[in-house]
Every structure is written in C-alpha cells, then in structure tokens.
Write a protein that binds this ligand. Structure first.
Ligand SMILES: [Zn+2]
Length: 184
C-alpha cells in the first residue's frame, strides 16, 4: 500500500493525515512488515505525526500505512520513544486494571478499558533487531492499545455498547462546551 497523502516538511519528514475512524482499512489485521519497508523513514514520520497530535502512541495503519508497526512512549517521564515492528505480546499478567484510554483516531473520546496490568512483549526495532521489553502502568497500556490496531480492532470494541454510547454523549457535551468557549 502507498503512503497516502502527506505534507512534506522542509526536513524531509512528513506529517501523516489520519484516516477517518470509519475507514474499513482500520479493521484489517496486519501481517508481517513488508521486506522493502523503509523502517527508519516510517519511524520518523510516525513520531512526527504522534508529536504533532500530542499523542503517546500511534499505529501506522491509523495513517493508512498498512504495515505491522507503531511508535510509542516507552518511558513517558524520560520522553523515550520506541518504534515497534512486528510487535508481539509474549505474556500478560493475570491482574487486570481499568484505565482511561483515548485514541488519536477518536479525538475527545475517553473510555475506561480493562486490560492486564503488566506484559512482556517483543518487537523488531528499525534495524531489524529483536527487542524484548517488560511494561507496566501507562506504557503497558499504550502497547496493548496499539496492538489492537495491529489486529484490526480498537478500544471501542473493549467496552459494552451502553458504555460506548454514554462516552460518546459525554464527548459531544464536551465538544459543545469547547465550541461555546471558543465563540466570540
Ligand atoms: Zn488508538
């Protein structure tokens, strides 16, 4: 798949456009990364796009790049970012916790999602080297959230229809308040 529309920056890096969250491309489970994928370029562009959108994680398919890859903050305090190619969850903790999640593809929508508290995961970095990582807390949450995107699902499918419709109403209310506060 092509890289889709994007605007070029002077540096050569690009900010991707987001697909609409109704786009069926987002429901396709992603298989192994293409052999000819320029991993370094994809990493840079995803990081630029994530930062521009003030996100903490971003999957390639959210921008129409159909590769099994995402970027995320692996340490938010230290502002460390990793790019994960062909990521895998190896083990999950038995303990599950509820945490608020948002998604760059659903701006303003917040959902309480239950997921394992800790995971062990593996991925290839941009140089093709296998990395293993143990994650807890928010960073663990981000990895799992992005893994949903890899499988063609998303966080709205992790809650009941009732919870989702309530959260969407809250999202609309906040949007109205926000629009009002912006009015002259
Ligand atoms: Zn997301």
């Amino acid at each position: 798949m092509g890289m889709g529309d994007h605007m070029l920056r002077e540096s050569g890096m690009a900010i991707y456009k987001f697909l609409e969250n109704t786009n069926p491309l987002l429901t396709i489970p992603l298989t192994k990364c293409s052999d000819n994928l320029d991993r370094k370029e994809l990493k840079e562009n995803l990081i630029e796009t994530m930062k521009e959108a003030a996100g903490v994680g971003l999957s390639a398919n959210q921008c129409g790049v159909m590769e099994r890859a995402f970027v995320m903050y692996s340490d938010i305090k230290k502002k460390e970012i990793i790019a994960c190619f062909n990521p895998k969850i190896v083990t999950e903790s038995d303990e599950q916790i509820l945490m608020d999640e948002g998604c760059l593809s659903w701006p303003g929508l917040w959902l309480q999602v239950r997921r394992p508290d800790g995971i062990e995961a593996s991925y290839e970095d941009e140089n093709g080297e296998l990395q293993e990582i143990a994650l807890f807390g928010l960073e663990c949450r981000i990895f799992q959230h992005e893994m949903d995107h890899m499988e063609g699902t998303n966080f709205t499918q992790k809650v009941s229809k009732l919870r989702l419709s309530r959260a969407k109403k809250r999202q609309q209310k906040r949007k109205k308040l926000f629009d009002k506060s912006k009015a002259p």
